[in-house]
Structure formats: C-alpha cells, structure tokens
Design a protein around this ligand. Sequence first.
Ligand code: GLN
Length: 517
Amino acid sequence: MTNTVKAAHQKELFGHPVGLYILFFTEMWERFSYYGMRALLVLYMTTETIGDERGAGLGWTSKEALALYGWYTMLVYVASIPGGMIADKILGQKKSVLLGAIILCLGHGVLVLTDTWAFYTGLGLVILGVGLLKPNISTMVGGLYKEGDIRRDKGFSIFYIGINLGSLLATMIIGVVVANWGWHAGFGLAGIAMVFGLLNYVYGQKFLKEVGNYVPNKIDENEVSYGKLYAKLFSSPKQLVIVAILLIASIYGWYTLDWGFGLLFIFLTAITALLVMIYKDLDSQVFKDRFLVLLLSFIMVIIFWGAFEQAGGLMNLYTETNTDRNLFGWEIPTVMFQSLNAGFIILFATLIASIWAKRKLKGKEASSLFKMALGIIIMGFGFLFMVFAAIEFEKSGSSSMIWLVLAYLFHTIGELCISPVALSFITKLAPVKYASLMMGVYFAATGLGNKVAGIVGESASEYGELTIFSGIVIFTVIFGLLFIMILKPLKRLTHGAEEKERVLKNDEAEGFELVEN
Ligand code: GLN
C-alpha cells in the first residue's frame, strides 16, 4: 500500500472535497449580503425623507418602490449571462468569482453613503457583482466532481444549505441592526458580510486549485467566439427569420408596453440568437440534444420561480393584512415568515438529497427532469393551502397562519426538488466551453420567473387572491404532469448523462472540471 500525502485540493471533509466548503461559506456570506440588503430595499425606498428614527428614506410611493424592486431583482439574475460569458471567454470561473466578490464589497460599501448617486451606484455594482459571482461559483461546485460521480447532486444540496444559511441569518439580524442604528448601518452590515466572503474565498484558494480555471479561448481549437457565431447568423436563413420575428416583436413591445420591457426583449432576442447559433454550431447530435433538453428544462425554471416568488410579494402582503399572526398574545412580525423557507431548506436539504440518491442506487426513477417536474407539482400543491387561507379569510375576515406555514413547507420541498437539482443538471449537460454561459442563462431564467411573479402578484388587486392562488395550483400541477408525461423522450435527449452515476471509489473521484466533450 502506498502512503501518499494528498494535495490540499484533493482533501475531503464529510465525504466531499474541502473546496465545497470554501464555496459554501463564500456563497453563504454573499447571500447574507444580498438577502440582507434586499430585505431593506423596499422599506428604505418607501420611508419618508424626514421624521423616521431609522434615518431618512427616499420617500417614494410603494408603486415606484415595487417597480424598481422588480427590475432590480430581475437584473441581478439576468446579469449572470454577461457574467457567465466573461468567465467562458476571458477570466475563467475562479477569477470571475473573485472579481465579483470585490465589486460586491464596493457596491455594498457605497450603499453606506446617504447620497442618491450612491444608492444607484451601489445597486448597479451589486448587479454586476452578483452577475459575475453567482453563476460562476455554482459552476465551480459542479467542477469539484468527476463525470458520473453520484455525490455531485448531494454536493449541490450542501451548497444550497449555505445559500439559505446566509439568507436566514441576514433576515434575522439585519432588521435589528436597522432598528437600532438606521438604514445605512444595515447596508454596511451587508458590506461587512461580503468582506468575510471575499476573505474566505481568498484563503480557500489552495483547496480550489483544479477547478474554475478553464478559459477556452486560450486553446485554439476550442475558441469561443460570440462575434463569429453572430456573423454566421447572416448565412443561416432559417435562424435569421426566427431572430427577425423576435426582434420585431421586441420593438412592438417597446412601443406598446414601455422602454424597459422593450430593452429587455431586445436583450433576450440577442441571447436567443446566440443560443440558436450555438446549437447549430455544436458538432455532434449528442451535444445538440443535451443542449436542447437543458433549454427546455429552463421553461420549468421560469414557471417554478414565477409561482414560488409570490413569497416576497403577494404572500408577504397577505401575511401582513389578512393573517392572524397572534401566538400566545404575541404578534409575530410579518418579515419573520420570510425566514420559514430558508429554515425549512436547512432542515430538509440533506434528507431529500439522500432519498433521491438511495432511489437512484436502487435503479428507480430519479432523473433531474423528473425531480424538477415533481418540484413544480409539490410547490403548486403548496398554493392549495393559500386557497384554504383565502376561503377562511372570505368567511371570517382573517385566516390562520398555519396555512402559511404549510404553504411554505410545500414550496420549500418543491424548491429542493428543482433548484439544487437544476444547478447540478446544468453542470452535467452543458458543453464545457459554454458551461458558464449556460449557468448564466439558467439564472436569467430564474430572474424572468421573478418578473413573472411580480406581474401575477400585481393582478391579484384586479382578480382577488382566491382566484390567483387557485389559478396557480391548477396551472402548475397540470404543467408538471404534462412534463412527466413527456419525460421519456426528454430523457432520451440527455443521452444517458445521468444513467451511469454511481459511487466512485476514492481515487476515482479525484476528478475536476466539467463534462469533457
Ligand atoms: N434562493 C436561491 C438563491 O438565492 C435561488 C435563487 C434563484 O435561483 N433565483 O440562490
């Protein structure tokens, strides 16, 4: 038996590479700062400019504040597309995460200042920073595991706990800080959290030696050239027609809706053109099919977040105005209900990942696509409890908070079936030279889901909560079932990307980077 000393990046802790825990804590602090400042944003914007003990707010109407909030939460995720492209083309994932973390420290730091320019600059920097960090750190998690390593899904579930630990701590602490020291101390706390994240990431570099270094354009035959792909569009008539139709629709949207939507649609058209050309350019049917199934799965992602993200909007307002929040004579503050989701994730993430892994080892259906469709159905069922709540409210003028707890429980179980699973799925299926871009497109899909959620939530003022909640149950359950019905052909398109997963022996498992193709 040879007695070798393992290099730092090969060391393991609790059965996973140590690098996973470095990424876990970096993401935990990043999410702490993101969710911490997100929790303050609408409140800060709507607080009066004088007379509030937490300091001056911006004095906006709630409509103005919600509009900016909707665009901001969407842009944060849509920025993952350029963030992914920069990683694929210029920096590689590891350096992109570093740059993102530095920009985030600056962004949250600027928000400590009270001037209006600082507010917009800070938000802009946070969008850029999250765009660089979020998709690329997620791709790096996948890079820690070799193709076929059954631990990959579980690794993502552990990583997902880090995300939610950050969100839970932030939502519990930041409110207290703001109540005592004012808005800008709250923003400052988010900044300090991000500095911890940056320090942790820099310290952890020795555990991440083999991951996130891939920069395809350094290798000639693999060069990714978005310019060339766009140029090829003009010699591909079918693709050009599709893009032209989308462009005309976008311009129409600009005039009929507003310039914000117009710009968004034009941006999405440009991304669609790129994806269509990448598809055409891929050199084997296997990669083409995998690429296609990945994009189809993003439809599930948009629908999932479009319903799920009622949490911060419509369900939040429902908690505030329609729910009896009294518990033994104490009125539970509305914001505390926002912690339920993160708390449930921390409780159930590893349990659910283990159930799936056991199922897979027994040879039962546990494909990512199946889990994602099931996730939509389970989350959709959660809204049934909101339907009960709305019925109770219509009868008696107030509804019990147990409905909310049950709804958030189901939403969380659904989220665990789809969200960490989708992250892992992308790292299994994306062609390696477009891996970061595809992660970026995934996050952009979640961002679009956020926007859809806002639009659906707003329509409750016209149709009433009961109709909206019932509509969500019906739509999501039917949609999830339809996806399960077409599971077989969809799975065929993955060409067995998940079928060979098994427990790798220790020395076999020391592989890094993504699927090699
Ligand atoms: N709550 C998760 C996170 O912050 C999911 C966000 C998303 O995918 N849009 O990472």
